[in-house]
Design a protein around this ligand. Structure first.
Ligand SMILES: [Zn+2]
Length: 290
């Protein structure tokens, strides 16, 4: 590959394509995300938001959609708790990996109504945003987005392994053999770490840390286990090491734990977002199921 970069995410995707072509392998169209997220939402119409916009606290406030959403915030159903807005588990947001076809909509997917509900909760109850509509909308966006960004960082780490080892299917094997089987259980370390990443960078999202901790602890198996990998960056690194070895060996309980945790980019989500430009898709209505 040349040094003419199209941006790091596109470069990684091109390199993964080339690896698959050279090893005469096809990208899989058997996308397991559609089995984790209900088809009503997974296959519903979505449109890209914030494209060509640098995502940061100030820029989010300039975004027209957020300005119009503020008007509905007062009327939005206010959940008592963040439970029910648990990312993939409640089909509120999910990450579509670029390792599967069709690839047009790889990236972070968010549901409009879930975003509103989290915003309503933050508006009424989160000490850092209470009574402030715009801030509540922005923090609610970051709450969903930052968790999903971590899933992109994990896929990128798997891609780096594939490229260095010259071996395709490391990510897809992990996804079907480890992640999908462990999903919704305390063994799902990728979900624990995605919440761990969100919790680690709570201040960047303007979400009160104690409030976030209490809310994330009420979430389901896997998700609430973020606490095991919080409390110091060494715990988080340890979790990343376990996850990366699960990916490398395609095994929930690998026999070797290589110190390769640096492969996951855990830099602050605002910086991460400016480097990787992960597309964001918004879903307004479920697709009717016949
Ligand atoms: Zn997740």
């Amino acid at each position: 590959m040349s040094l003419n970069s199209k941006g790091i995410s596109m470069d990684i995707i091109d390199a993964v394509n080339l690896l698959y072509t050279r090893s005469s392998q096809n990208l899989s169209s058997n996308n397991p995300v559609s089995e984790l997220v209900t088809p009503e939402w997974h296959y519903s119409d979505s449109f890209q938001i914030l494209d060509n916009t640098q995502i940061n606290w100030d820029n989010l406030g300039e975004f027209d959609l957020i300005k119009t959403m503020i008007d509905s915030l007062e009327k939005a159903t206010q959940p008592d708790t963040i439970v029910g807005t648990e990312f993939e588990r409640s089909f509120c947001s999910w990450y579509q990996p670029y390792h599967y076809l069709p690839r047009q909509k790889w990236g972070v997917h968010l549901r409009y109504d879930s975003w509103m509900r989290v915003a309503a909760l933050f508006y009424h109850s989160c000490p850092s945003t209470v009574g402030r509509k715009l801030d509540s909308m922005k923090s609610a966006f970051l709450y969903l987005y930052v968790h999903e960004l971590f899933h992109n960082s994990v896929e990128n780490a798997a891609s780096v392994m594939e490229l260095l080892l010259g071996k395709s299917h490391i990510y897809t094997k992990y996804y079907s053999d480890v992640y999908s089987n462990a999903f919704n259980s305390s063994k799902c370390i990728e979900e624990a770490l995605s919440n761990g990443y969100l919790f680690f960078w709570a201040e960047e999202c303007h979400i009160d840390r104690d409030f976030l901790k209490d809310e994330l602890l009420k979430q389901g198996p896997g998700y609430h286990d973020f606490i095991q990998y919080s409390g110091g960056s060494s715990n988080f690194s340890k979790g990343n090491r376990i996850l990366l070895c699960q990916i490398r060996y395609g095994n929930l309980n690998p026999t070797t734990y290589d110190p390769i945790e640096q492969l996951i980019d855990i830099s602050d989500p605002i910086r991460y977002s400016s480097v990787y430009n992960v597309p964001v898709w918004l879903h307004r209505k479920p697709k009717p199921v016949h």
